[in-house]
Design a protein around this ligand. Structure first.
Ligand code: GDG
Length: 489
């Protein structure tokens, strides 16, 4: 049997996330193996996890499944079980039907249900308990994302010795929106269990600090002061402490993505993609999870109008839209999927020719090599998110383009816009503005393309995901190490 509670199996660095960083593969003979799931967070944390005998607490992704803890690539993986009902209420319900739309500026209407919230509390407690059992004395625990906002406070109550950090991958909304949440005080209280809170943009950190002030807490220079009084109705006394909130914009593993773009087989595949598309003059590309925050319909509308006005004319210009299946059991996602399909069908009916669709729509996950080839094949990358914490696709496109060609049309509502001002920045709600940007991007001279791409590449290489992780962990460790500040009387 596993000995995850023995002291020498407890870890000094523990990541807590909704999902474990592995995907289960079941062979035809029924044997299970675990494949590391692709993604920057895992690759950035892998070296530091290996050095610190790190552990990762999370769900396997299958309801009712909780194998014993196991090792993968030097990381101790600790599964947390979610029942079918937990998946419905905690994950699809509270996380993706309430918090996700609320935190993305209510682009879709959030649903608030008390039984979802109760499940959210229960599941957060389960994560906190598993983490408490598996963390060494004074360990640094790094909780990830909006599904687990109560874990910091629950964990602090169980294990006051721990140093606790939290990173929010999605936006933190302005108070006027956050205030709609029936459980807003509980969420703030949950987050304030951390020593260090990280957000994508300075605006997200400021929205959080403002929410704290509106709930009666004092803040000063990115710090929330928690007085030594009982707070939010809690009966137990705690010494005063400070919680720090700041921006740590996440990034990608730039070098490994650049390396993909330099592989001869991937470059050959990019040329082949253009041939398969009928050698168009202009290839437009969108790559998103099929999510209403990504502005796919706004993008389709802009492209449809450009086709209608013959500013761009298929088959000389085509759009490739990869829309990776996502959360298809959540009602809003089903609806938006239908809207996208109807729109793509209409555009192809109106502007396609036999054997030459105007929009190539792929509702399928692609492997990372194919994705890199698509990035290389695209003249214009279209990112029109209505709200997005960061948007890693923008950075991946840039990192792939070692040829310093291609143009990026980027929503100013994606966190990435702060770091990539050389993109064609657009307000996705302004369809004329999006159209104008697409036309400019498609007609860019190679020289101007190089100038812009080079500057964006410099940024993405200097601030990669390894730097993001090490900066965050350094700040988090120092935040927790500081003695509590004496309050100024
Ligand atoms: C959340 C926040 C924040 C997509 N399709 C395929 C595929 N992908 C990969 C992309 C990229 C990732 O998925 C998507 O990341 P994004 O950042 O664009 O968006 P979210 O999924 O919404 O992520 C976001 C992020 O967290 C990190 O903090 O930036 O704002 O919403 O890496 O390449 N990968 C493969 N096949 C696909 O079909 N292999």
């Amino acid at each position: 049997s596993q000995q995850q509670t023995e002291p020498d199996h407890r870890s000094d660095l523990v990541v807590v996330a909704n999902r474990l960083p592995v995907d289960r593969k079941v062979a035809p003979d029924g044997t299970t193996t675990w494949k590391p799931s692709p993604g920057g967070l895992v690759s950035a944390l892998e070296p530091v996890m290996q050095r610190n005998s790190g552990a990762w607490v999370g769900w396997t992704g299958a309801p009712g499944d909780a194998p014993e803890p196991f090792e993968a690539r030097g990381i101790h993986l600790i599964p947390v079980e979610l029942s079918k009902k937990d998946v419905e209420d905690f994950y699809e319900g509270m996380s993706n039907g309430a918090l996700w739309p609320l935190y993305h500026d209510v682009i879709a209407q959030p649903q608030f249900h008390r039984h979802w919230w109760e499940s959210y509390v229960r599941v957060n407690r389960r994560f906190a308990e598993k983490t408490a059992e598996n963390s060494a004395e004074n360990a640094l625990v790094w909780v990830q994302d909006y599904q687990l906002q109560l874990v910091p406070q629950m964990l602090r109550a169980l294990r006051p010795d721990l140093r606790i950090a939290f990173f929010n991958h999605i936006p933190f909304p302005p108070y006027e929106i956050f205030a709609q949440l029936p459980w807003r005080r509980q969420v703030l209280d949950g987050l304030l269990g951390a020593d260090q809170l990280g957000f994508q943009r300075p605006a997200d950190a400021n929205n959080f600090l403002r929410a704290c002030r509106r709930n009666g807490l004092a803040t000063r220079r990115g710090m929330v002061h928690l007085p030594a009084e009982p707070r939010f109705g809690s009966a137990d006394h705690h010494p005063s402490r400070e919680v720090r909130a700041a921006a740590f914009p996440i990034s990608i593993d730039s070098e490994s993505i650049d390396a993909l773009g330099r592989r001869p087989d991937i470059q050959e595949r990019a040329r082949e993609i253009r041939r398969e598309l009928g050698d168009p003059k202009v290839v437009l590309l969108g790559v998103d999870r099929l999510d209403y925050t990504k502005g796919i319909l706004h993008r389709l509308k802009a492209v449809e109008e450009l086709f209608a006005e013959e500013v761009l004319s298929p088959p000389d210009a085509v759009l490739v839209q990869v829309a990776t299946p996502s959360r298809d059991r959540v009602e809003e996602y089903e609806k938006m999927k239908r809207d996208v399909e109807v729109t793509v069908g209409r555009i192809n009916g109106d502007y396609g020719q036999l054997g030459h669709p105007a929009v190539h729509y792929l509702h399928q996950s692609q492997d990372r090599e194919e994705l890199a080839a698509l990035y290389l094949a695209a003249d214009v990358m279209l990112i029109t998110a209505l709200r997005d914490g960061m948007n890693l696709v923008a950075k991946e496109y840039v990192a792939t383009r070692h040829d310093e060609q291609g143009a990026l049309v980027l929503s100013e509502f994606a966190g990435a816009a702060i770091e990539l001002p050389q993109a064609f920045l657009v307000n996705p709600h302004d369809i004329d503005g999006v159209k104008a940007a697409i036309v400019r991007a498609a007609g860019l001279s190679p020289r101007e393309a190089t100038r812009r791409m080079r500057a964006m590449r410099r940024r993405v290489f200097e601030f990669d995901v390894a730097r993001w992780a090490s900066t965050f962990l350094k700040v988090a460790a120092s935040a927790a190490a500081e003695p509590p500040q004496s309050s100024p009387g």
